[in-house]
Write a protein that binds this ligand. Structure first.
Ligand code: XIL
Length: 315
């Protein structure tokens, strides 16, 4: 059977996965699947701020460089993830007592140095991640608190200056359907486009749970972003299940993946569909959502689940 990556190429869609660098190093089966099944990759953690600059002024690019090399060897594009976020910040930054001017300069330097380091090697950057609350207000992050909402405009301008050819995304979760959060994001990007801020895409994470209904209005939501001239992508798809997973839940999971993928396929400029890990053997879900798991498209033994087959059929 053809791989998801190969099937996606026929319709100009990259099919990606988040990559766990320790699994890539230690597990040959994982490495083979990551190399063969997908046409794009996203570092699950190693491009985040705490990973690249654990001590102030001391950069550690090696793990991320390794993924970029892996992608090149395998003809894959790289989604850079992520430059501005409230989470996984280095301790020196979280605990530092910086003035607004200092913090602005720290952010400018971070974005400039990281985007410059990977210049020409990153297809799409998640420049700003999770800037909104579910009610559509802006998340009360260190960035909003100290710099005000203008940090978003600055971040996109700085990233664009450092690598004018990269496609720049704003990324968030719970924005699959039309709701308060996706509408707030829609209003923001409408305004940014008007002001010629270099934002080029909207990333929809796609972390779903079989306990809640799948976002059947996803294509309607994605179309309004597409109509603004923006690219879209599903950037972190997974569908968690209360454990143990039974057959009905695995079918519901397959349907949820199908809803996400069809949303993308129905949207003209949806350029990438990335799963947040591809095997239940390695997943962030059990560590974060108590009692839930089995969120991926292959089981712990790399055997295709109904979700994999649903994706394959859609493509
Ligand atoms: C998660 C990783 O999967 C975990 O390994 C890490 O411990 C925490 O972050 N939204 C995002 C991702 O944008 O970066 C998060 O990744 C999952 C939620």
């Amino acid at each position: 059977a053809r791989t998801l990556g190969a099937l996606g190429k026929r319709v100009d869609l990259r099919i990606g996965t988040a990559v766990d660098m320790s699994a890539l190093a230690s597990d040959a089966a994982y490495r083979a699947k990551a190399a063969g099944e997908f046409s794009s990759v996203t570092p699950e953690n190693v491009m985040k701020w705490e990973a690249v600059e654990p001590q102030r002024g001391t950069y550690n690019w090696a793990p991320a460089d390794e993924l970029v090399d892996f992608a090149k060897e395998n003809g894959q594009l790289v989604r850079g993830h992520t430059l501005v976020w409230h989470s996984q910040l280095p301790a020196w930054l979280n605990n530092g007592d910086f003035t607004a001017d200092e913090l602005r300069e720290i952010l400018h330097k971070h974005i400039t140095d990281e985007v410059t380091h990977f210049k020409g090697k990153i297809w799409q950057w998640d420049v700003v991640n999770e800037a909104f609350n579910d009610d559509g207000t802006m998340r009360d992050s260190i960035w909003l608190q100290k710099l005000g909402p203008g940090y978003i405009v600055d971040a996109f301008r700085w990233a664009h200056q450092a690598d004018p050819k990269a496609t720049l995304f704003i990324n968030d979760y719970n924005i699959e359907g039309v709701n308060a959060k996706s509408t707030a994001l829609y209003k923001l990007v409408t305004q940014l486009r008007k002001e010629h801020v270099p934002v080029h895409g909207v990333g929809i994470q796609g972390h779903l749970d079989v306990q809640y209904s799948a976002p059947h209005d996803i294509a309607t939501n994605m179309k309004r972003f597409d109509d603004l001239g923006l690219e879209t992508a599903i950037t972190e798809a997974d569908v968690r299940i209360p454990m143990p997973a039974d057959n009905t839940e695995l079918e519901a999971q397959a349907e949820a993946y199908d809803v996400l993928l069809r949303g993308c396929l129905l949207t003209e400029h949806c350029t990438d569909f990335t799963v947040w890990g591809f095997t239940d053997k390695y997943s962030w879900v059990p560590g974060v959502f108590t009692g839930e798991g089995a969120a991926n498209i292959l089981d712990e033994n790399y055997k295709a689940k109904a979700a994999y087959n649903a994706m394959s059929q859609d493509l």
